[in-house]
Design a protein around this ligand. Structure first.
Ligand code: FAD
Ligand code: FES
Length: 265
């Protein structure tokens, strides 16, 4: 794990209430895999002396690494986020050149077997953030990817033209405003049979529905999910992110955020 005052390179509203912010500070993403996350202090500051950082808001905000790219030989990384409160509104108002204190990469990311040919990815809303990078890596490695993008309505759907052309994308919206009308969970169940590995990221309600549907269908296939919890540190110090699993109490920041669906739901 590394700490840096990462410099904002670009910041734009990509769709709906969803922003993408690109940063330099390659050390934060060095060695990361899709599913890894970082912590960001969303605090106004005038100097880059950590000791002088204001303590309001005190808690850093966890964000998945959304994408990685190389520009002029330099590694850059981005976060994709919905504006839901004070911290994310602060991030959305950053301008190029601003600096943000962050540390990462953190946690356990997705684990893709080199022998898997067919990957099924399921995103609920902003859960798409880490899955875009996973899809890009898989395509680069010659694997076939089906990505189910689910949302309540069309403004929550990630722009499909930003995905590699090789990815088969299935869009579902609950109100039918884009793609198939229905739940991503139903589409997930239709495709689960044939895939070699399945990966999901989204709200807890989606995971619960997926687990319920799998139990009903007596499906025992592992599904790697990324759990979200309120986090105080991201580094196994505060114990704020403890969750109960079938394998005992786990810290989402250290033991996760990747878990097997059946161990949690
Ligand atoms: C490992 C991890 C990775 C994440 N990756 C992303 C990502 O890529 N993109 C993204 O948009 N969001 C992501 N989140 C959620 C993100 O951290 C919260 O949305 C953010 O901290 C909210 O900050 P805020 O100050 O804007 O909102 P606050 O004012 O703190 O809260 C606003 C609302 O968001 C909820 N919330 C706050 N923190 C969390 C949290 N950690 N998990 C779930 N709900 C929360 C609160 O319950 C409240 O309803 C991730 C969370 C975790 C744990
Ligand atoms: S966030 Fe502090 S222990 Fe996990």
């Amino acid at each position: 794990m590394k700490t840096a005052f990462a410099r904002v390179i670009e910041n734009e509203k990509l769709y709906g209430d969803t922003y993408v912010t690109w940063f330099d500070a390659p050390q934060i993403a060095q060695g990361a895999v899709p599913g890894h996350f970082l912590m960001l202090r969303t605090t106004e500051h005038v100097t880059e002396d950590v000791a002088t950082l204001p303590d309001d808001p005190l808690l850093p905000r966890p964000m998945s690494i959304h994408r990685i790219r190389e520009r002029s030989g330099q590694l850059e990384w981005s976060i994709l986020y919905d504006v839901v409160g004070r911290g994310t509104a602060w991030l959305a108002s950053r301008r190029p050149g601003d600096r943000v204190l962050c540390w990462g990469p953190l946690g356990k990311g997705y684990s893709v077997r080199a022998t898997s040919q067919q990957l099924l990815l399921v995103a609920g809303g902003i859960g798409v953030a880490p899955l875009v990078w996973l899809a890009e890596e898989a395509v680069r490695d010659g694997q076939s990817v089906t990505l189910v993008l689910g949302g309540r309505t069309s403004s929550q759907i990630f722009p499909t033209q930003q995905l590699p052309a090789e990815v088969e994308v299935i869009v579902t919206t609950e109100d039918g405003s884009l793609g198939q009308q229905g739940l991503a969970t139903d589409t997930f169940m239709e495709h689960l049979e044939w895939c070699d590995q399945a990966f999901a990221c989204g709200p807890n309600a989606m995971f619960r529905a997926m687990a319920g549907a799998m139990r009903n269908a007596k499906h025992r296939r592992p599904v790697q999910i990324l759990l979200e919890e309120r986090m105080g540190c991201g580094t196994a110090i505060c114990y704020g992110c403890a969750v109960e699993t079938r394998k005992g109490m786990k810290l989402v920041c250290k033991d996760g955020p990747r878990f097997d669906l059946r161990d949690v739901y």
